[in-house]
Design a protein around this ligand. Structure first.
Ligand SMILES: Nc1ncnc2c1ncn2[C@@H]1O[C@H](COP(=O)(O)OP(=O)(O)OP(=O)(O)O)[C@@H](O)[C@H]1O
Ligand SMILES: [Mg+2]
Length: 297
C-alpha cells in the first residue's frame, strides 16, 4: 500500500477503471470532502462522478481507519438529492453507490447529472463582479431551492459561491453539495459547527445548532450575493481565533452597497439578508421569493 502521502489526490487514470461506460475527461474539483470528475456516457450525456474518501490515517500514518462522519455525510447528501426534484437542485444519474479502494483507501462513489459548466465562484473569478440582473437571478433560483428544503425543516448550512453551479443552456443556477445539511429527521454529525466559515451566519458561527433554520441559509445567501455583486466580502475573514470570529460575525457591520451603483432594490434585499438577528431577515425563503416577484412586476 503506497501510504506515504495522505494529501495525494486522485487522478483521472486512478478512477477511470472504476467508471465503466463513462469516459472521464476532467477533474473539476477537490473540496473539503470530495474529489469531483466530469465524464460522459456513450451517448455523450455529461455526468459528474464524486468520490468521497471515507478512510483516514490513524496514529502516525500507520493504520487506515474508517471515517464514519465522512461516510455519513456522503450518504446524507445522496439521500437529500434523491428526495427532491427541482431544476434548482442536483439530481442523481443513477441510484448506484459504489465503494472503491484506490491506493489503499476506500472511497464512496456516486454519480450526479451534470448541473452546469461553471460554479458561481468560477464566474466571479473569470468575470469580476456580476451584474445586478445575474445576481438577482441567482438569489431567486437558490431561494427556490431553499424554499423546498425549508418546507421540510432542512437547513443546507453550506451556501457559498462554490456550491452554486450555473447552467448556461437553461440559464439557471443550481444549489449543490448538501453534505452538511441539517434535517429534523437525521441525527447530528460529530461536530455541530460545519459549513464554510467565511459564509457563516452569526448563529452558525457560535454553534447553536438547535437555533438554526432557513434564515441562517438566507444570511449565507446574502454574503454570497454581496460577494458576487461587489467582488468583496462584507465581513472580516482573515485569520482569527474562534472567539474573535464569533464576536466579529455577531457584531460586525459591513460596508453598505451603493444604491446609486446597484439600485435600491437589490441593496435593500441584501441588507435584509445580512441582518445579524434572524428575526430581522426574511421570515423564510418564500417571503424572499414574494419580494423578488414583486420586483419583477
Ligand atoms: N452536479 C454538478 N454539476 C456540475 N458541476 C459540479 C456538480 N457537482 C459539483 N460540481 C463542481 O465540483 C465542485 C466540487 O463539488 P462539491 O461541492 O460537491 O464537493 P466539495 O466542494 O468537495 O464539497 P465541500 O463543500 O465539502 O468542499 C463544485 O464547486 C462545482 O464546481
Ligand atoms: Mg462544495
Amino acid at each position: 500500500m503506497p501510504i506515504e502521502d495522505e494529501e495525494t489526490t486522485l487522478l483521472i487514470a486512478d478512477i477511470q477503471p472504476y467508471c465503466e461506460g463513462f469516459s472521464i475527461d476532467k477533474k473539476i474539483g477537490i473540496g473539503g470532502q470530495k474529489e469531483v470528475f466530469r465524464g460522459s456516457n456513450s451517448e455523450d450525456i455529461k455526468v459528474v462522478i464524486k468520490l468521497v474518501k471515507i478512510d483516514y490515517f490513524w496514529f502516525g500514518n500507520q493504520t487506515i481507519m474508517r471515517d464514519v462522519d465522512a461516510e455519513q455525510r456522503a450518504l446524507r447528501e445522496i439521500e437529500l438529492i434523491k428526495n427532491y426534484s427541482s431544476p434548482y437542485l442536483p439530481s442523481l444519474y443513477s441510484d448506484e453507490i459504489d465503494y472503491v479502494v484506490i491506493n489503499g483507501f476506500t472511497y464512496l462513489k456516486f454519480i450526479e447529472n451534470y448541473a452546469g459548466d461553471e460554479s458561481l465562484h468560477d464566474m466571479i473569478n473569470a468575470r469580476g463582479s456580476l451584474d445586478v440582473a445575474t445576481v438577482t437571478k441567482m438569489i431567486n433560483h437558490v431561494t427556490q431551492a431553499l424554499s423546498l428544503y425549508a418546507s421540510d425543516g432542512i437547513v443546507h448550512r453550506d451556501i457559498k459561491p462554490q456550491n452554486i453551479v450555473y447552467n448556461q443552456e437553461h440559464d439557471r443556477f443550481v444549489l449543490i453539495d448538501g453534505g452538511v445539511h441539517l434535517s429534523p429527521m437525521n441525527g447530528t454529525l460529530s461536530v455541530d459547527v460545519v459549513g464554510t466559515r467565511p459564509f457563516f451566519s452569526p448563529e452558525q458561527a457560535n454553534g447553536k445548532r438547535r437555533e438554526l433554520d432557513s434564515r441562517s441559509d438566507l444570511f449565507a445567501l446574502g454574503i454570497t450575493a454581496y460577494c458576487a455583486l461587489a467582488r468583496m466580502h462584507p465581513f472580516a475573514v482573515g485569520v482569527m481565533s474562534k472567539e474573535q470570529f464569533e464576536y466579529n460575525r455577531a457584531n460586525a457591520v459591513y460596508p453598505k452597497l451603493s444604491a446609486d451603483e446597484y439600485g435600491e432594490r437589490i441593496v435593500a434585499i441584501i441588507d435584509r439578508l445580512l441582518q445579524k438577528y434572524p428575526h430581522a431577515r426574511y421570515r423564510n425563503p418564500d417571503a424572499l421569493l414574494l419580494e423578488l416577484n414583486k420586483e419583477e412586476e
